[in-house]
Structure formats: C-alpha cells, structure tokens
Design a protein around this ligand. Structure first.
Ligand SMILES: [Mg+2]
Length: 266
C-alpha cells in the first residue's frame, strides 16, 4: 500500500489532499458501464417498482434531475427500497470486465505523495470492483462512498426517515469533508459532474472538471481525460501557484516517467 501520512507529504505543493470521483472520472463514460447502469436502473423501476416499461427511462431521468439519484428519488417518493438490494441489482450486474487495467493512471497516482481519497456516490462494493478492474485499488488512502454519507439508512423504519444524501447536496459534501478531515482550500476535488464541481467550489474546495473540454464557471481546471492531470495541474507535484518563488522544477525524465504508460510494479 502506498499510504501517505495524514499530513501533506509534499509541503511545497498547493494541495495536501486530492478527492477523486470514480465513475466517468477515473474511467471513461464511453466504456459501456454508464449505459449498462441506465439499463439496470430502468429494469429496477419496472421489476421492483411497477413502472411501465416504456416510461422507465423518462422516470429515471426525472428522478436523477429532481433528487440526484433514482434511489434517493424513489425513497423520497415513499418507495421502501433497501439500498443494498438496489445497489446489488443496478451495480452488482454491471459488465465490470469492460473496465481494463490502466497502468498510465496507476503511474500517475503513485507519483502523487499527498493523500488520495475516492469520493463517490456509488456503494462501496461497486467502488472496490471498479478500482480493482482499473488496477488502482491500492492507490488510495480512503473511500468515501454511499455508505459513508448514509450511515443510518439501514436503521430507518420508513423511507422518508433519513433522506438519501449524495453529491451535489451540500450536506453530503460536508459529511465527506468531515470524514476526510481536510482543509478545503488545500484540497483538489476532481469530478466529471458540473453540479458536483459547483457544490465543491461553494464549500471552498479547489475544483477540476474531468472529461470535458470547456471549463464550467466553478471549475478551477478542466481536464479532457484524467491522464492529462500532470499537464493541466503540475502544481500538484511542484510549488503552489500562490507561492510563486517556491515553484520547484522537476527533471524531465522524472515527469516523463509519471506520464509513461508503462506498468509500475506494485
Ligand atoms: Mg462521476
């Protein structure tokens, strides 16, 4: 395990900690996982909730827009859906073999000495499966996930007793920041969702929008692909931009090694 101590291992950097979203951030939205997820949710809405088959996609979109996720929406509307049942139905049947090991990403993550935390709305089983498929499950200090933000859900006696908390809800973000125990001003939050990035910015985080070419208003950085991290945000490795004269140059060969797609031994 490449754990770093809780304090920054790179005091010359602008960041003490990096919070990474997982789905569509650490792997591409075009692999087919997101598509399979949508299909599984539609099937759940039909088989478990009784929605007509031809209405399921539009209900899914509406639930996502209004409540942040289908599960959150269903529970808010009074459906007594068990979160574990929901996650095993929609995530447990995903074609995980579409996610391939990413040695370039692994190299990149292993070159970052600061704390690295996964911050995902997905459940822990899904996060671990996806990270294992990518070959980066040992690159993070902590996983903040659905269960972290919703610790009391399994104890609820009615669906509306504990509303489901997920990004971009400010309450969910606050739970994550408290659990991570980080200084938002020195924490970089990377996510593919514009609304999540905006919520992170509102709480004082430094923000990077991933998987897009145009920067949203609340994003400090935009990366078309997570592999571009070193080119777009070199201050992760070197002195912070605010400190100007503290910028440390990095030998080209060392940076080349970070960017190289070769496999690094565990
Ligand atoms: Mg995402």
């Amino acid at each position: 395990m490449d754990y770093c101590s809780k304090s920054s291992c790179n005091p010359s950097s602008a960041f003490d900690c990096l919070l990474f979203d997982l789905d569509d951030t650490l792997y591409s939205s075009k692999l087919g996982i997101a598509e399979a997820l949508r299909k599984n949710i539609d099937e759940f809405l039909v088989e478990k909730c009784g929605f007509p088959e031809n209405k399921a996609p539009s209900h899914r979109v509406e639930l996502f827009k209004s409540y942040g996720s289908s599960l959150a929406g269903l529970r808010a509307l009074g459906y007594d859906i068990d979160a574990d049942d929901y996650h095993s139905f929609v995530h447990g049947r995903l074609p995980y073999d579409l996610i391939k090991p990413d040695s370039q990403l692994r190299n990149l993550l292993r070159s970052i000495t600061q704390r690295k935390i996964i911050f995902t709305n997905s459940d822990r089983n899904h996060a671990i499966m996806a990270l294992k498929q990518l070959g980066i499950e040992d690159c993070f200090d902590q996983i903040i996930c659905f269960e972290t933000m919703n610790p009391n859900l399994s104890k609820s006696t009615s669906p509306d007793e504990f509303p489901v908390l997920l990004k971009p809800s400010v309450d969910a973000m606050k739970v994550a920041l408290r659990v991570a125990d980080v200084d938002p001003r020195r924490t970089l939050f990377l996510d593919d969702n514009v609304r999540n990035v905006a919520a992170g910015k509102a709480l004082g985080l430094r923000t990077a929008l991933v998987g897009k070419t145009a920067r949203s208003k609340e994003a400090d950085y935009v990366l078309e692909h997570i592999h571009n991290l070193a080119q777009v945000i070199p201050e992760i490795w070197v002195g912070g931009t605010e400190s100007g004269d503290q910028r440390i140059s990095r030998p080209g060969s060392e940076m080349d090694a970070i960017l190289s797609p070769t496999t690094v031994g565990a």
